[in-house]
Design a protein around this ligand. Sequence first.
Ligand SMILES: C[C@H](N)C(=O)N[C@@H](Cc1c[nH]cn1)C(=O)O
Ligand SMILES: [Zn+2]
Ligand SMILES: [Zn+2]
Length: 480
Amino acid sequence: MPAPPKFTEFIDSHVDGFIQRLADAVAIPSVSGDAQHRQDVFKMGSWLQGQLNSLGVETKQVDLGKHIMDGQELQLPPAILGRIGDDPKKKTVLVYGHYDVQPAEKSDGWDTEPFKLVVDEKTGRLIGRGSTDDKGPILGWLNVLEAHKALGLELPVNMRFCFEGMEESGSEGLDDLIKSETAKGKNGFFGDVDCVCISDNYWLNTRTPCLTYGLRGLVYFKVTVSGPARDLHSGAFGRSVHEPMTDLVQIMSKLVATDGTILIPGVDDMVSTADAEEKKLYVTLDYSIQDIEEAVGAPIALSDDKATVLMGRMREPSLSLHGIEGAFYGPGAKTVIPASVSGKFSIRLVPPQTPDTVEPLVFKYIESEFAKLNTKNKLKIENLHGGKPWIADHKHWNYEAAKRATEAVYKRTPDLTREGGSIPVTLTFAESLGVNVLLLPMGRGDDGAHSTNEKLDKSNFVEGTKLLGTYLYEVAAITA
Ligand SMILES: C[C@H](N)C(=O)N[C@@H](Cc1c[nH]cn1)C(=O)O
Ligand SMILES: [Zn+2]
Ligand SMILES: [Zn+2]
């Protein structure tokens, strides 16, 4: 059953307030990967908890302990748990999201200040860090709650909320919380959950809503090469000592080929080759090479064949080089030999790969290649964090409810996709709770999550809010 008309009418008539709340959320630079912003992540969690409380949700903050990041011991941001509704006749839907964001500096190439939401009336874009990943979708749930509270409407389901502040940094601590709560059985916080809905990914393109039934896993490495006791003058010591940067660049150049082939022996071989039957799944998706070129802003797709490009994103592992910590960057022409440099790269995993099965291959290969350099510098390899890949049963009633909601709001049948990104906790929810997990995206494939000028289209924020609310009504209808 579609949501009551007064719900969707309320959404349409309160857009300015919703956008202001999003601006307030974006203004808090809750960057979990930067120790200097840790207090901002806590501030964002408290802000979100206050919003939930004001909308009738009973909440609690759960301390997840401490962790070491970049050599510092830091308090992990709390999980924010919430509950509204305890009607045994209703299904209970768990909503997950994350209130932390990726780093962003104006100097990265943003046209506007990343933590000041800009409403571009010409394009209808809401531009700011976290607008689509993941503050927009979280606030979409707040909009749904606000509409029901203001209209005196009873929610069609019971709801549970689990929001974390470390998703962009590996979701440290959350697995343990979920497992400890599920160990309490029916008395645990998640004890009565019937299904999970996560809105933390994106459409494939700019026009086709989708339901996502798979995520790639991830394992993130830091490779440090060090030698000198301090940075050196390259005039005084160039070609006199082994240089860490020279060694590191050699190693990083041997991890992945230009065509995306992973050069670490055994990694690609863990994954079966798609047969003709499976390839049809990708051919039928509403996607084109033009879509990816528009999303990335350049004609650099690895192939002209859309199925190949989609399989590369959805069902093949990938290795990406992210950066070199300690290397000189910025204006000027510093002639330094850095004493220690750390290369960072990650591998996206697909079944049957896991962080534990891939890590030994990475260590063995890098150590072997480093030995071949015959350098006197030192090597250190660290696995910073990871998560397993996840695939769901998209024939479950949870997906049927989302399909009907999409047809009610967007007047078209959603595509079924697998996401190339990762949400580490997804498999934990599926395995620990033993329930179906649905990814129901709000934003578009060109939103630029993690990138400069990240945006969420106003129409996707508004219609996506209606979608989230309508999904709840469809869950109630299907399971009545
Ligand atoms: C897909 C989701 N919105 C997201 O961006 N997830 C991150 C997760 C992550 C893990 N370590 C660092 N980031 C991603 O897929 O990069
Ligand atoms: Zn996200
Ligand atoms: Zn993200």
